[in-house]
Design a binder for this molecule. Sequence first.
Ligand SMILES: Cc1cc2nc3c(=O)[nH]c(=O)nc-3n(C[C@H](O)[C@H](O)[C@H](O)COP(=O)(O)OP(=O)(O)OC[C@H]3O[C@@H](n4cnc5c(N)ncnc54)[C@H](O)[C@@H]3O)c2cc1C
Length: 399
Amino acid sequence: MDFRFTPEQEAAREEYDAFFDEVMKEAPENWLGTLEDVYSTKEGNDFHRRVARMLGEKGWLTMVWPKEYGGQEATRVAQLIFLESMGEHGAPGYDTQGVGMLAPTLIRHASEEIKREFLPPIARGEVTVCQAWSEPNAGSDLAALTTRAVEDGDDFVLNGQKTWTSGAHFADFMYVIARTNPEELRHRGLSYFVLNMKETPGLTIRPVLSMDGHHLWDEVFFDDARIPKRNLVGEKNRGWYVVLSGMEHERSSLGGWVIECNQHLKKLVQFCQETNRGSEPLAKKPLVRHRLAQMAIEIEVGRSLQYRLAMLADQGALPMHEASAAKLYASELYTRFSETVMEILGLYGAVTHGSKWAPFLGTFEFLYQMAPGWELAAGSTEVQKNVIAQWGLEFPRPY
Ligand SMILES: Cc1cc2nc3c(=O)[nH]c(=O)nc-3n(C[C@H](O)[C@H](O)[C@H](O)COP(=O)(O)OP(=O)(O)OC[C@H]3O[C@@H](n4cnc5c(N)ncnc54)[C@H](O)[C@@H]3O)c2cc1C
């Protein structure tokens, strides 16, 4: 196996790095390069949108799309190189839900009319997208969802509640899974819809605050919300199969956590070289050296899993259990990394964003509080292990 990048790939990385070096000079003050920046303030969200439009103009949001929809049919490896550069700079602009999840799902399953309506604004970086799948009683067991969609004339009428909808308060488009046939149990009888939130009556968005008080998530209520029938993606009552292909895209696009850790590791290494504890720099303390060396190894493993996924996808595979393994590893790495940083920074590490005493502007306090959430989001660790056992090890279904 050849782990080297080609000269073209190295040149592309340099181009992205130079672009993001410039763009990040315009970032709002105290930008941390986390999800909090994009979802919890209007200023941060505006910056995200500004950068998204620049990326759209360069064609960097649509690298892997088919040419007929404005893409370049680049490889997933090429895209990952771009995403690594973006992540290394803590830059926003790539909407994982829109570009990473909804777009490939529409390209694969939607009617031509829906593709023509929803893909161009995503490609131009003009919109952000949210995912309304989870419900108060349907998370890991998503097929237990109860939101109903009933046909009425030219529309489907939706009633029910979703929760944990990331970034719904800033989003323009939403993709939803709802029950269209209540006679059928579980995953049968579900359908997948896409909608323009600005044109959909009967939607109510309410904040779900994180444990440190930030507004990144929402609950969404559908009260006789009307969606045109043409917004059905895939076949009626067969939405579960659309969801499954979307899950692979979601789990494959979570490499950002590894890149985030890598970006922070570099800052931390510098900090440990420049900061004394007692009479010597942190970098001389065996425990600190070993913990950071361990993190450097684990980050490389995480990167390798991401590149493996990208290569499998480039070979035409739909990597299900491989995507679960990469997601599980990345989210657990994020936890181990944030715990390591907290140990190194000591009590100051827990000082929040906005305080003059917060090292790194409070970035690591945010990381530490987010870490348990990432082990749940996009399918919990236990659920990923179930997928790996069943599809990777070919064990029988657990139930
Ligand atoms: C940060 C964050 C962002 C999110 N963003 C979105 C979003 O944008 N859109 C959206 O639709 N949803 C979103 N979610 C919801 C997410 O998909 C669910 O939290 C997740 O699927 C788990 O569901 P749950 O919270 O209901 O937990 P539960 O399903 O109740 O799980 C509770 C615990 O039981 C374990 N468990 C459950 N089933 C099994 C099993 N079969 N075997 C072994 N253990 C099991 C789980 O691993 C977990 O530890 C987000 C969640 C988080 C934390």
